[in-house]
Design a protein. Structure first.
Length: 496
């Protein structure tokens, strides 16, 4: 006797045409030729499948394959397990062995107590990954750094040893265009560098923030006629190891060793055949260990120890026998591609750059100058030839140079030379803006730890933390609370 089961397909989508149906009967999970199957007198959606005596019918699979409906059923013994996936045979389970059956509970592991949470949040500056170029500059926590001073044409800055920056001049505060006293500006700063009318601040987390004029691209962004100034500090670069601002451009040395630049380009940004303003950073050189910006030069030391330079050679500062010439020239002579500085004299290392001049130092601490000496700023008579590498002073510690130069010796004594039109040497003599040069080395001040020069001003920090200023009065640059020019040193602040 055969078992008979009648079932209905309730989904009409599978019933296209009765003649197009294909049926498959499975027995014990194996595909075989169709058994007896006939249309019943029931409606078109009802069919009958007959199984052998003692077997039961199971619906296993139902699917629509476009023009055909496929129905899988199985006739199974009542003792066989029911399966709804006959076409997928499960692998037999392995017989467990005694080693697979645990005989005892595992020994409890000692509880590891979590370390107590700090009672106060860590005082860390947000990482550079949390900020983007154009964001407001995040102030950082207090840190330990070397005090420093910096000055441009419209702002002057003091960096205290705890990383706090104080400024005077244009837009130190949003509410007041001119500030004639040093005002707290930013915290968490490692170093500071000023161009003509823009300033860079290197934060403790590798973020560089900028303030000042944007229009030439100095802050790596475009400044329109209605959006000239970044009146509040903004992020201009991240992942930076060191930076340098000069005249109307900036350079950034990344942690990767890649050197980038932006701003007004006269060939110093290393872009072949081009001299344009760069409002986005451009790659100057890879594998750089240190870099320094002159007025229209970039000098870079590579990881292999060689020294390369780009930009203007108008003063013959590159050190060739004549002004440098190549197929990659700026119209007024120079190089838009990095070229290696000649080792003249042997054993001299690059020490700094000014306006169309380079400074070098030998192993004994003797300072040499090479390039333009238009205002006696090299500490040499005007009759001394340019281009020639000439010794200037011994026991040099640092040199700060633009149109005038401050020479700082190892013993803390500072000398000056060059343009003194606005009384920026603080010796009581000036010509009220008329060009006046002081040639030779003129003793300026003792116990100096660092200094800065702008086009019309000087700043000096002494060993007791006192900051002195001299020179031009415009925009409140002296920071003494007045807008009066001073040809004598004015005490403006004490930092520690």
């Amino acid at each position: 006797m055969r078992a008979r089961a009648i079932f209905a397909l309730l989904t009409c989508a599978f019933l296209k045409s009765a003649s197009a149906f294909k049926y498959e009967v499975l027995s014990n999970g194996q595909t075989q030729a169709p058994k007896a199957m006939r249309r019943s007198q029931a409606p078109a959606s009802t069919y009958t499948v007959e199984c052998a005596e003692g077997e039961l019918l199971h619906i296993l699979h139902l699917e629509n394959r476009t023009s055909k409906a496929k129905l899988q059923v199985a006739c199974r013994s009542p003792t066989e397990p029911h399966s709804v996936q006959p076409t997928i045979q499960p692998s037999p389970l392995p017989t467990p062995t005694p080693t697979q059956i645990p005989t005892e509970l595992p020994t409890a592991q000692p509880t590891i107590e979590p370390s107590p949470l700090p009672t106060t949040p860590p005082t860390l500056i947000p990482t550079s990954q949390l900020v983007a170029v154009g964001d407001a500059c995040p102030s950082g926590a207090a840190l330990v750094t070397q005090p420093a001073v910096s000055v441009g044409e419209q702002q002057a800055w003091i960096l205290a040893s705890d990383g706090t920056v104080y400024g005077t001049g244009v837009y130190i505060t949003i509410s007041q265009k001119f500030t004639a006293t040093y005002t707290k500006f930013l915290t968490g700063v490692k170093s500071i560098s000023s161009g003509r009318v823009h300033t860079l601040f290197l934060m403790d987390n590798g973020v560089v923030c900028g303030h000042g004029e944007k229009r030439p691209g100095s802050l790596c962004m475009y400044g329109s006629t209605t959006d000239i100034w970044a009146k509040e500090p903004i992020v201009v670069a991240t992942g930076v190891k060191s930076m340098s601002a000069q005249w109307e451009f900036s350079v950034f040395l990344k942690e990767t060793g890649d050197l980038y630049g932006c701003g007004k380009d006269r060939g110093q940004l290393g872009q072949m055949y081009t001299t344009n303003n760069r409002s986005t950073p451009v790659l100057i050189q890879r594998n750089v260990s240190s870099a320094y910006a002159g007025v229209w030069n970039v000098v870079m030391k590579l990881t292999n120890g060689s020294t390369f330079v780009t930009g203007n050679d108008q003063g013959g500062q590159f050190g060739f026998d004549s002004h440098y010439e190549s197929t990659f020239l700026h119209p007024y002579e120079g190089s838009t591609l990095p070229i290696e500085l000649p080792p003249k004299p042997e054993g001299h290392t690059f020490f700094g750059a000014g306006y169309n001049k380079f400074w070098f130092k030998d192993e004994d601490g003797m300072l040499y100058g090479r390039g333009m000496n238009k205002w006696c700023e090299m500490g040499l008579p005007l009759t001394d030839a340019e281009i020639r590498t000439t010794p200037v002073v011994d026991h040099i510690k640092a040199v700060y140079s633009l149109y005038h130069t401050i020479f700082l010796l190892d013993n803390g004594t500072a000398y000056f030379a060059g343009d003194d039109s606005f009384g920026q040497f603080g010796d009581g003599r000036s010509n009220d803006g008329n060009k006046a040069s002081k040639c030779g080395l003129n003793r300026m001040m003792d116990n100096v730890t660092t200094a800065a020069v702008g086009s019309k001003n000087s700043l000096v920090l002494t060993a007791d933390g006192t900051v002195y200023a001299a020179g031009y009065h415009g925009w409140g640059l002296l920071g003494d609370g007045t807008f009066a020019q001073s040809s004598t040193w004015v005490k403006v602040m004490i930092v520690h």
